[in-house]
Design a binder for this molecule. Structure first.
Ligand code: PBG
Length: 328
């Protein structure tokens, strides 16, 4: 056919563009991360994440209720304990900061879906995600001993009422161990959201301020993935699925959209992307300087996640996005 292809025909009005739009955001796509601390008497803003604060249990409940009112029905909970040790004992304590917060959320905010981050770094005195010994600045993180503690942690979260547990530690075999432990404790119905492809990323910097989980010595490169590796990420996801993951996550988000796409195409499971603290901080900083239009840029980024195949987006912008979507 020699007539020109005129793709602009379908772009001429907002109504036409809406009619042919392939990707649409809804508030149901979003999960809001929240930090609860038992060390504070009032919310403590996180300097590197404007708009984000460590919350007291009371403030947490208020924030979650506010999120639900905005249409954000799922939160991802992180805890900051007053006491840390080399066994992360507060991670699986029945009255630990996360366990108490889950109970408070589930009783005070009905209808809210509570997902708990299952990791040991916030609870270890050295800040690593597992049981660790040091050789100078080299951190030996013991895999199987860590997995045992992670499984205990997940069960204690489920017992407190968590709707989904989300292991973010990157130990080998932890999904299978969590599944067995949960099933054995009577929580066969509790889904696992696996941080399946989690990279050793510099974009987590601001989070570690928020969660007080910076490793005192060494780094996380012996357990989190090398940012150079995509095929290995597919293997991680395949293993997590084989071990029983119900949902899988890619983290960080924007710099790893190729993996969101490949994982969704290859496995087809509900796939989440984590728009991490550093990605949030970059947008906030540019917006505050007046260099970017915050709303337009954030919505464009969220759309990019979904277009790439993400079914769920974890972002500190969740409430804001839900409110923007209501205005639209
Ligand atoms: C805990 C954990 C981290 C994040 C989520 N869970 C930090 C890390 O692995 O160092 C990062 C989240 C963010 O940057 O927003 N292991």
């Amino acid at each position: 056919m020699d007539l020109p292809q005129r793709l602009r025909r379908l772009r001429s009005t907002p109504t036409l563009r809406a009619l042919v739009r392939e990707t649409v955001l809804t508030a149901d796509d979003f999960i809001l991360p929240l930090f609860v601390s038992e060390k504070i008497a009032a919310p403590m803003p996180v300097a590197s994440m404007p708009g984000v604060a460590q919350l007291t249990e009371k403030a947490l409940v208020e924030e979650a209720a506010g999120a639900l009112a905005d249409g954000v029905r799922a939160v991802l909970l992180f805890g900051i304990p007053a006491y840390k040790d080399a066994q992360a004992s507060q991670a699986y304590a029945e009255d630990g900061v996360v366990q108490r917060a889950v109970r408070a959320l589930k009783s005070a905010v009905p209808g809210l879906l509570v997902i708990t981050d299952v990791c040991l770094c916030e609870f270890m005195d050295h800040g690593h995600c597992g049981v660790t010994t040091f050789d100078g600045d080299y951190a030996h993180v013991a895999n199987d001993a860590s997995v045992e503690l992670l499984a205990r942690t997940a069960v204690s979260h489920a017992r407190a009422g968590a709707d989904i547990v989300a292991p973010s530690d990157m130990m080998d075999g932890r999904i299978g161990a969590l599944r067995r432990a949960l099933d054995g404790a009577g929580f066969a119905g509790t889904p696992i959201l696996a941080y399946a492809a989690k990279f050793a990323s510099a974009f987590y910097g601001p989070f570690r301020d928020a969660a007080e989980s910076t490793p005192a010595r060494g780094d996380r490169r012996t357990y989190q993935m090398d940012p150079a590796n995509a095929r290995e990420a597919l293997r991680e996801v395949a293993l997590d699925i084989a071990e029983g993951a119900d949902l899988v996550m890619v983290k960080p988000g924007l710099p790893y959209l190729d993996l969101v796409w490949r994982i969704k195409e290859q496995f087809g499971l509900p796939t989440a992307a984590y728009h991490v603290s550093g990605e949030y901080a970059m947008l906030k900083a540019a917006a505050q300087a007046g260099w970017l239009d915050e709303k337009a840029c954030v919505l464009e980024q969220m759309l990019a996640f979904k277009r790439a195949g993400a079914d769920l987006i974890v972002t500190y912008y969740a409430r804001q996005v839900a409110r923007w979507l209501q205005d639209a």
